[in-house]
Design a protein. Structure first.
Length: 203
């Protein structure tokens, strides 16, 4: 049993996008997967599932982190799509998770709150080896390099793979598919490289 949690200090940074893609790719590897949508007000991942014709993984909405964590032993991999804002539940999830992933954009408005959130988790006793930044919604490879260099200086792990801001990624999710299922091979490969890295990062 493994637990991966996607958290964010603010909305719109790609948390649900990454959680969905990881669920899709993990299920292809014969894992029994639960995607736990812990934002009961938005239920973004749950509503996305309704657009899919077939799914090899389970998606459920939970009003509390405790409910999601109680279901985890039934699955090989539980992917927690956390609330759009961090809260007390974030620490509870982080204490149980094997990997805590925080997507972040390249602007200072994204980076500063994201680093503060990991600082808070570290101060609360969460090992830094469990904390991972993933650059998202980037406009160029140069921007990716800049953000990766910045995040490395924080002392936290940063994914060498990232997700670009592409219309095709948005459209494919509107169809109930994951970014790793986009038809354009270069974008598909980029998303799959990232999800493969995330799967390999689960200890």
């Amino acid at each position: 049993m493994k637990i991966v949690a996607f958290i964010s200090q603010k909305g719109g940074v790609g948390k649900s996008t990454l959680a969905r893609a990881l669920a899709v790719e993990a299920s292809h590897k014969k894992n029994k997967v639960l995607l736990a949508d812990c934002d009961s007000q938005q239920a973004t991942s749950y509503h996305w599932l309704q657009l899919r014709k077939k799914s090899k993984f389970q998606v459920e909405v939970f009003s509390t982190a405790q409910q999601a964590l109680r279901e985890a032993p039934k699955y090989d991999l539980t992917i927690i799509d956390g609330p759009a804002r961090t809260s007390h539940a974030t620490l509870e999830i982080a204490q149980k998770a094997d990997l805590i992933i925080q997507p972040t954009g390249a602007t200072r408005d994204d980076l500063v709150p994201a680093v503060k959130e990991f600082n808070a988790l570290k101060k609360a006793g969460i090992p830094t080896k469990k904390l991972l930044f993933v650059p998202t919604r980037l406009s160029s490879a140069t921007e990716a390099q800049i953000i990766q260099e910045y995040l490395k200086k924080t002392g936290y792990n940063c994914s060498p793979f990232y997700l670009m801001e592409k219309t095709s990624y948005k459209q494919i999710q509107n169809e109930g598919k994951a970014v790793s299922e986009v038809i354009y091979k270069s974008l598909q490969n980029q998303a799959k490289e990232l999800t493969t890295f995330l799967l390999n990062s689960i200890k």
